[in-house]
Design a binder for this molecule. Structure first.
Ligand SMILES: NC(=O)C1=CN([C@@H]2O[C@H](COP(=O)(O)OP(=O)(O)OC[C@H]3O[C@@H](n4cnc5c(N)ncnc54)[C@H](O)[C@@H]3O)[C@@H](O)[C@H]2O)[C@H](O)CC1
Ligand SMILES: [K+]
Length: 514
C-alpha cells in the first residue's frame, strides 16, 4: 500500500526535528536523495554522468535549497551545472555550496526568461526546485514566463524536487503554468497532491525518499492499493462454495436505445467472479445480453435472490427507470450493497447506505453535488477532484468513486483511495459499463464473505468503515490493469477490457501464491 500525506501533515511531522535543530540534516538527506535519483535517471538512459548537464531552477525557500545542494553534489560528480534563481535570492548555505562546487549562476529577471529557457532546454536534466510544500498558489511573473517558454521547448528530462512547482501538495490542484515532470522525488513521503488529478498528471513517476521523519507521520490522507494488496484481498473460492455463495449479482441496465451497456456490464460481471448474474430489463435487450452471455439469467418478473445490485449503465425510458427505482428501494430496505452508475445516479435518495458505491464521472459528480445545492461544474470537479469526491461521499453517505485518469474513491468515513493502473486508451465507449460489471461482481462476492473481521480486508489492516471503499478500489485497479493489458500501448474497445479480465485475475492469483 502506498500512503500519501498532505504537505501540511508532512511539515507537522518535520517540525519536532526542525525544533531540535535537525533542519540541515533533513535537507542534506533530501539533496542526496534527489541527486541519486538524477544519476539513476541518466544511467537508465545509458548516459554517463561526467560531462552531462543539469540546470536547477531554484526558488528562495527550502525547496530551492534542496535543489541547489543536490546540484552541488552533481557538480562534484562531474556534471556541468547551472542554477537559475527564480526569486533573486536563494537559501544562502545551499547557494554557497553550489558556487563552491563550480556551478554557474543566473538570476531570472523581467527581461531574460525566454533567453534562459533557450539556454536550459538543451540540458540533459532540469530540476524544478522553485516551490515545494511552502507554496501559496502558483508561479507568476518571470518564473511563470520561464516555465511557459521551457515547456514549449520540451526539455529532455524534468525532475521535480518534492512536488512540481505549482501543484498543491495537499489537494492536487494545479496552478498553471507547471513544468511536467518525468520524475518527482518526494521527501519523507508521497504528497497527496501527487496521487490526485490534475496534480498526478504533472508529476510523472513518483519516488519517495525517506529523510528521517517517517515515524512521526499521522494517518495518511490517501492510500493506493498495490498489486500485492489487490491480490491479497481478491475473492478466492474455497472447495465447498457453490454459485449462490460465490455471490449473485442483479443488474438493472440497458434499454432499447442502449443495449450494449447491458451486454457489456453483464458480461464483465460474469467474467469478474460473480457466481451468477440476474438481468432485469426489456426482453429485446435481454435477448442480446443472453446471446453474449448465455450464463446470465433473465428475470422478466420478480427476481430470484441476489446479494448485490448494479444499476444504471445505459438506463433509459420510464420502464427501466421505474425498475431501478424499485430495486433501489428494495436494496435499501434489505441492506444490500449496490453499485450505482450513470442514469441511476439521478434516482438516489438524499442519504445512501455506506455500502453503496456511486460511480460518477466528473460531470455526473457535479450534478450529484448540485442536488445537495453545491453549485459546481464539471470543470470545477476536474480541477479539484480530491476535494469534491470527499464532499460527495460526505453529502450522500455512500462510497463515491470518481472516474478519471486517476480514479479516486472516497468513503463516507473520510478515507480516500486512489488507483491509477489504467491508460488513456481506456476512455472509450462502454469502458464505464465494464467497470460497473466488475464492481458489481466484487460487491456480490464481498457481501457474502469479505467484510467481516475475519475477512481479507481486516487481514490487510483496513478498518470496517473503509472496507467498501477499499473494495471499490480493488475494482478500479482490476479494471485499470485489464485495460492496460488489453491496450498494450494501442487502441482498444470496451469488449477488449472484458476479455482481459480473467487474465488479470489469473496473474493476481499467481501473485498470491508467490
Ligand atoms: N522544512 C525543512 O527543513 C525541510 C524542507 N524540505 C524542503 O522544503 C520545502 C518546503 O520549504 P519552504 O521553504 O517551507 O517552502 P518552499 O520552498 O516551498 O518555498 C516557498 C517560498 O517561496 C515563497 N512562495 C510561496 N508561494 C509562492 C508563489 N506562489 N510564488 C512565489 N513565491 C512563493 C514563500 O514565501 C517561501 O519563501 C519542501 O517542499 C522540501 O522540498 C526538505 O524536505 C528538507 C526538510
Ligand atoms: K518543486
Amino acid at each position: 500500500m502506498i500512503s500519501a500525506f498532505t504537505g501540511t501533515q508532512i511539515r507537522a511531522a518535520e517540525q519536532p526535528l526542525l525544533d531540535a535543530g535537525e533542519g540541515a540534516v533533513l535537507m542534506q538527506r533530501a539533496a542526496h536523495g534527489l541527486a541519486n535519483a538524477v544519476v539513476n535517471e541518466l544511467r537508465s538512459e545509458g548516459r554517463r554522468l561526467y560531462g552531462s548537464s543539469v540546470t536547477v531552477l531554484a526558488g528562495k525557500g527550502n525547496n530551492g535549497g534542496d535543489g541547489l545542494f543536490a546540484a552541488a553534489i552533481l557538480a562534484r560528480r562531474g556534471m556541468r551545472t547551472t542554477a537559475v534563481l527564480t526569486a533573486g535570492s536563494a537559501h544562502p548555505g545551499a547557494l554557497g555550496a553550489f558556487g563552491a562546487a563550480g556551478g554557474r549562476i543566473h538570476v531570472l529577471d523581467e527581461n531574460n526568461a525566454e533567453e534562459l529557457a533557450v539556454l536550459i532546454a538543451g540540458d540533459d536534466v532540469v530540476i524544478d526546485a522553485i516551490l515545494g510544500t511552502g507554496a501559496r498558489g502558483g508561479l507568476g511573473g518571470p518564473a511563470a514566463e520561464l516555465i511557459v517558454a521551457l515547456q514549449e521547448l520540451k526539455p529532455k528530462v524534468v525532475v521535480a524536487c518534492d512536488v512540481p512547482s505549482g501543484v498543491d501538495a495537499d489537494t492536487g490542484e494545479v496552478h498553471w503554468p507547471v513544468l511536467t515532470a518525468r520524475l518527482t522525488v518526494a521527501f519523507g513521503a508521497v504528497k497527496a497532491g501527487l496521487m490526485a488529478d490534475p496534480g498526478e498528471g504533472c508529476a510523472g513517476r513518483v519516488l519517495p525518499v525517506p529523510i528521517g521523519m517517517e515515524d512521526s507521520l499521522p494517518l495518511p490522507a490517501l492510500r493506493r492499493l498495490s498489486v500485492r494488496d489487490v491480490a491479497a484481498v481478491l475473492p478466492n473460492p474455497g472447495r465447498r462454495v457453490h454459485k449462490y455463495t460465490r455471490g449473485v449479482l442483479g443488474i438493472v441496465a440497458g434499454s432499447e436505445r442502449y443495449t450494449g451497456a447491458a451486454a457489456l456490464s453483464v458480461e464483465a460481471a460474469s467474467v469478474a467472479g460473480a457466481g451468477m448474474v440476474r438481468y432485469l430489463g426489456p426482453e429485446t435487450v435481454a435477448r442480446q445480453v443472453l446471446e453474449r452471455t448465455p450464463e446470465a439469467i433473465w428475470e422478466p418478473g420478480e427476481p430470484g435472490r441476489v446479494q448485490a445490485w448494479l444499476l444504471g449503465p445505459g438506463l433509459n425510458g420510464t420502464e427501466q427507470l421505474q425498475r431501478a427505482r424499485d430495486v433501489l428501494a428494495a436494496a435499501s430496505a434489505a441492506g444490500q450493497p449496490a453499485v450505482v452508475d450513470a442514469g441511476a445516479l439521478e434516482l438516489l435518495p438524499e442519504r445512501c447506505p455506506p455500502h453503496w458505491i456511486l460511480t460518477p464521472h466528473a460531470g455526473e459528480l457535479a450534478a450529484l453535488l448540485g442536488r445537495g445545492e453545491v453549485c459546481v461544474t464539471r470543470e470545477d470537479v476536474e480541477s479539484r477532484t480530491l476535494h469534491f469526491v470527499r464532499l460527495a461521499a460526505e453529502h450522500t453517505g455512500a462510497v463515491v468513486l470518481l472516474k478519471g485518469a486517476t480514479t479516486l474513491i472516497a468513503s463516507p468515513s473520510g478515507a480516500v483511495f486512489s488507483q491509477s493502473e489504467g491508460c488513456p486508451w481506456m476512455s472509450t465507449a462502454g469502458s464505464g459499463d465494464v467497470l460497473g460489471g466488475i464492481l458489481g461482481a466484487l460487491a456480490a462476492t464481498y457481501a457474502e464473505s469479505g467484510m467481516d473481521d475475519d475477512g481479507p480486508f481486516a487481514a490487510q489492516g483496513i478498518e470496517p468503515a473503509e472496507r467498501w471503499a477499499a473494495a471499490a478500489a480493488v475494482g478500479a485497479s482490476i479494471h485499470g490493469m485489464a485495460g492496460s493489458a488489453a491496450s498494450a500501448g494501442g487502441p482498444l474497445t470496451a469488449s477488449d477490457i472484458v476479455r482481459a479480465v480473467p487474465g488479470v485475475y489469473r496473474a493476481l492469483m499467481e501473485h498470491r501464491t508467490r
